[in-house]
Design a protein around this ligand. Structure first.
Ligand SMILES: Nc1ncnc2c1ncn2[C@@H]1O[C@H](COP(=O)(O)OP(=O)(O)OP(=O)(O)O)[C@@H](O)[C@H]1O
Ligand SMILES: [Mg+2]
Length: 142
């Protein structure tokens, strides 16, 4: 995934970013080997700014968010790059330390969480209970 900044005025002086991600590279390991899912992306979020990562399915948006918040799946690995939260480098922090900021300083609302809350079901194996899961009929996802 590559990121192109849009909508930022040339010459605008911004305060230090709340979140500054640079060169973030993430891979997954499975039976077939190791595959890089996120290839050295850079972006930052200024105070009060809303930044959207837009990309096709599988381009690495969730992987990026999970890595930032320290919630990569077991087989996911942060291979390189920097994640600075309020000017502090948090890439490589141990889980326990990340637990201390997750929910209070930085949070992640997983995709489909509203749908799961409404249906009361959450079957990640089949996508049942999540009308927006690609394995279910897209006509139901409105
Ligand atoms: N636990 C995992 N093990 C192996 N590969 C994975 C794992 N999770 C995600 N991937 C792969 O990493 C890539 C990025 O997936 P990711 O879920 O981050 O994409 P996404 O942009 O969030 O997609 P979507 O728009 O469908 O939510 C995909 O090729 C996906 O198959
Ligand atoms: Mg996703």
């Amino acid at each position: 995934m590559t990121i192109s900044p849009v909508g930022r005025l040339e010459g605008t002086v911004l305060p230090p970013p709340v979140l500054d991600v640079s060169g973030l590279t993430i891979s997954y390991r499975d039976q077939s080997g190791t595959r890089t899912a996120v290839h050295g992306i850079d972006f930052s979020v200024a105070p009060g700014e809303v930044v959207a990562l837009v990309g096709e399915s599988g381009s690495g948006k969730s992987t990026t968010a999970q890595a930032i918040i320290g919630l990569l799946p077991e087989n996911g690995r942060l291979d390189g790059g920097s994640i600075r939260l309020n000017l502090q480098e948090i890439a490589g922090w141990p889980q326990k330390r990340l637990d201390g900021i997750r929910g209070s300083v930085i949070s992640l609302v997983p995709q489909g969480s509203g749908q799961f809350a409404q249906s009361g079901q959450d079957d990640r194996q089949t996508g049942r209970g999540n009308p927006c899961d690609p394995r279910q009929s897209l006509r139901r996802c409105r």
